[in-house]
Design a binder for this molecule. Structure first.
Ligand SMILES: *[C@@H]1O[C@H](CO)[C@@H](O)[C@H](O)[C@H]1NC(C)=O
Ligand SMILES: *[C@@H]1O[C@H](CO)[C@@H](O)[C@H](O)[C@H]1NC(C)=O
Ligand SMILES: *[C@@H]1O[C@H](CO)[C@@H](O)[C@H](O)[C@H]1NC(C)=O
Ligand SMILES: *[C@@H]1O[C@H](CO)[C@@H](O)[C@H](O)[C@H]1NC(C)=O
Length: 490
């Protein structure tokens, strides 16, 4: 029969094992950064052995503050030694009346005074999961909350409202991750902004994330921005999820919609994801000018196309590499400049919302627009449109617009099928009302169906202007079946 002590020892060693497995995994993932790998591994090993030493020395229940240094025994853990920083402890006013900018900066500075021996990316101090808690208060701030310079990460700001004061700088952001004097190639890593309401008071923007890595913006409500709700520049892997952004607090049919301005999310960096987000007012919902971004589950009803708004604007001609999946474009559409590698799929376009491919230098490549739903009000609006005022599309390749489900709008596609019945020597099928690109047919398949015993000779004569012409040598009553494809190499 095992004793209580033996059991505790077993539990402890399991915990240590788990930690070691976890840490090995983490350091294993770093292995693609060859330069840092061995250094990181050494640090991790040191960390592991310090944990083991502590576990052996202390009583059964492990200390919750693994990162405190020197390692305290559980009995000596006090509130002060945990890494939770409450806004009011630093003199911030949760009633939203007094300016709390300085007090909150102090809380942030305190959170950054963490242990200095653990690291994330090289040069980024691991703050261990420090939390700055806003304790459900509303804090007025007259200056952006800038994270200190110097490269740090594994920190969360959570649980309250920030409100820009009437003299907040109009080019500022309430939370600003931009300081750059870090020795790392990134400013910050793994900063989490969670459960926050940011009210920009029409004075600037909500959050700026500059040259940072693995930033999470989760369950935030960002309103009254005049510039950007969220700006992401350089760096990568900013994940924006389960959040709500609007310049004006409205739920649609707002009488001031024509005047909505600003951009809810401005992605000027690579490899970010916007997931399950609602954008309820702004001139532009999401502006993308970095590559490898994914936009999914986003509902844009920011400003109707008819009033000059755009749901998602892809401003990265010939370098698009963007996936838009499972989104809801509600009276506002998508514009893509010279798209090269763009997927728009499984999305819902309501209220005559449509997609514009805009030519800059005439590139339309690797575009997949399939399996979407379009619903309009019979105004004759095309689901996908070309904007060629700066010149026609010339480099067209691998473009598939197909299998969209359309009601009350005009279907456009790059693949089409049609049949015509006639009695004579010539059959003409005009695909120009449906094919997306003018005067472009790369593949044709056709057959001529005729009753009776006659076997006429027939041939394809022309495909110009997207009109397929088939002729026979003798007059015959026949039905011609034609399918065409505008794609070049697929
Ligand atoms: C929109 O802005 C214009 C010019 O600033 C102003 O005259 C107009 O009243 C505004 N409309 C609404 C509905 O707010
Ligand atoms: C577009 O990018 C491709 C490389 O992906 C390049 O070969 C081509 O010249 C570019 N076209 C234009 C018009 O810039
Ligand atoms: C086709 O046209 C010819 C000549 O006009 C006519 O004699 C013939 O009945 C027509 N056939 C059919 C199936 O309409
Ligand atoms: C062939 O005959 C059937 C029945 O008589 C008719 O329905 C069909 O339209 C005819 N097909 C052509 C190509 O004339």
């Amino acid at each position: 029969m095992e004793t209580k002590m033996q059991r505790n020892a077993l539990v402890l060693s399991l915990q240590v094992c788990f930690l070691i497995i976890f840490l090995t995994h983490v350091s294993g993932e770093n292995s693609r950064f060859d330069d840092h790998f061995h250094d990181q591994k050494r640090k991790m090993q040191a960390f592991k052995s310090s944990l083991i030493r502590r576990e052996l020395a202390s009583s059964p229940s492990p200390s919750p503050s693994y990162y405190s240094s020197p390692a305290p025994s559980p009995q000596t853990v006090t509130v002060d030694s945990t890494r939770v920083f409450e806004a009011t402890s630093f003199g911030a006013d949760p009633s939203g009346k007094l300016d709390s900018a300085e007090a909150l900066e102090k809380a942030i500075a305190a959170a950054f005074q963490g242990p200095k021996e653990w690291f994330l990316m090289d040069g980024i101090t691991n703050l261990g999961g420090a939390q700055i808690r806003l304790q459900g208060g509303i804090y007025k701030i007259s200056q952006p909350l800038k994270l200190p310079a110097g490269g740090a990460g594994n920190l969360m700001i959570t649980g309250g409202t920030l409100l820009a004061s009437d003299d907040f700088p109009t080019d500022g952001y309430l939370i600003d991750l931009s300081s750059s004097s870090s020795s790392s190639s990134y400013n910050y890593e793994y900063i989490t902004l969670k459960d926050l309401m940011l009210d920009c008071n029409y004075r600037g923007g909500g959050i700026s994330v500059i040259n940072s890595l693995r930033t999470s913006i989760d369950n935030c409500y960002i309103a009254h921005f005049n510039t950007n709700g969220i700006l992401v520049q350089k760096g990568h892997e900013t994940y924006i999820r389960n959040s709500f952004l609007g310049q004006h607090i409205t739920a649609g049919a707002n009488p001031g919609e024509r005047n909505f301005s600003g951009t809810a999310i401005n992605l000027m960096g690579n490899d970010n994801a916007v997931t399950d987000v609602v954008i309820f007012s702004a001139a532009i919902g999401i502006m993308v000018s970095g590559q490898g971004n994914t936009i999914s589950g986003v509902h844009c009803y920011n400003k109707a196309t008819g009033f000059g708004g755009t749901g998602i604007y892809l401003k990265l001609p010939n370098l698009t590499q963007t996936r838009i999946l499972n989104c809801y474009l509600d009276y506002t559409g998508i514009v893509a400049e010279d798209p090269n590698q763009l997927t728009i799929t499984n999305s819902f376009f309501l209220g005559d919302a449509y997609i514009v491919l805009k030519s800059i230098n005439g590139v339309a490549k690797g575009i997949t627009i399939v399996d979407n739903i379009f619903s309009g009000s019979n105004k004759g609006i095309d689901i996908v449109q070309l904007e060629q005022s700066s010149g026609p599309f010339k480099e067209i390749d691998q473009v598939v617009v197909d299998r969209n489900n359309v009601q009350g709008m005009n279907m456009r596609a790059t693949i089409a099928k049609e049949s015509v019945q006639g009695n004579g020597t010539s059959w003409i099928v005009d695909f120009s009302p449906i094919l997306l690109f003018p005067d472009l047919i790369n593949h044709v398949q056709y057959s001529l169906s005729v009753n009776g015993t006659l076997f006429p000779n027939y041939a394809l004569r022309s495909v110009s202007e997207n009109r397929v012409v088939i002729e026979s040598d003798v007059a015959v009553a026949a039905k011609v079946f034609v399918s065409v494809n505008q794609a070049v190499t697929i």
